[in-house]
Design a protein around this ligand. Sequence first.
Ligand SMILES: Cc1ncc(COP(=O)(O)O)c(C=O)c1O
Length: 359
Amino acid sequence: MSRAHNFSAGPAALPLEVLDTIREDLPDWQGTGMSIMEVSHRGKEFIELAARAESNLRTLLSVPDDYSVLFPQGGATMQFAMAPLNLAGPDDTVDYVLTGSWGKKAAGEAAKFCHVNLIADSSDKNFTYIPDESSWRHSESAAYLHFTPNETISGVEFHFVPEGDTPLVADMSSTILSRPVDVSRYGVIYAGAQKNIGPAGITVVIVRNDLLEKARNNIPHLMTWQAYAESDSMTNTPPTFAWYVADQVFQYLLRRGGLAAMAEINRRKASKLYTVIDASGLYSNPVSKDCRSWMNVPFVLADDSLDKTFLEKAASSGFVGLKGHRSVGGIRASMYNAVAEESVDALIEFMVEFERTNG
Ligand SMILES: Cc1ncc(COP(=O)(O)O)c(C=O)c1O
């Protein structure tokens, strides 16, 4: 069997250990004589799985007791709408910080439901920096402040948590579980699963309980966080397979030493790659050094006519998912938890050799 060096931005690599367990479990999960996809979500075994997944996620992220952990469907994009609908009325103002195209999409969705104030925006320099926090033009009484701790396309990551009393709503899709987080600093954290959690189809939402009360009363039941909180996320038939894989990933992360251990490896992987890029005459990364992402490293080649050759040679050497997002081009290496350090070392070796022969 040969496994690709998978640098995809998402859906992304899963740990081989988890894939092996899935393969073993598939025809007969927990002695039920059925696969996980064939069992009832109301059965004892699945209810135990769901409880374990929540409990392990709480342990990994040290989620305080006054927060609910929800597992809706719809991905992060659904949360772009659920955040304003659950936290703000039509006349309320909400603050958005734009450091990339996902934050921009989130703000665009919120603008359908309430007043959006863009309090900081780095689109003037192609989303390559985070505007200094002292320059943010906060609204007087915003219902919440939304930001994207890691912008997957531009590779811009907050290495700090914004200050202030306004509840923070964070789209952590591409950084959750990559390092410890002080959940108590946030009102709401949400993330699509298909990067560091498991397969697409399930979403994680962590919400401070007092904020559950703020939802509008005329929105669909399935778009109300409270509905998930009250039903252990069994509001309707949940994505059982995705939930099962997420449970396996959480167990795997705990076996590997939790998020402190992940942070150490992720910091090292990112630092190695940025060091090679910065020392090179061929590759460059446009993002300010103080906000470079550990998870997604975009870079361009000095001569962009070499992009195609780079990607072709990379593919024939076993590297996949390196093509930059279609909106920005270039190259992007996404290095989530399941991308082994050996894969990053192999990529670096490939890049150095490519520069030697093409630079
Ligand atoms: C930061 C961020 N937010 C939102 C999304 C959209 O996620 P989904 O496809 O789960 O709706 C993505 C997808 O890559 C993302 O990276």
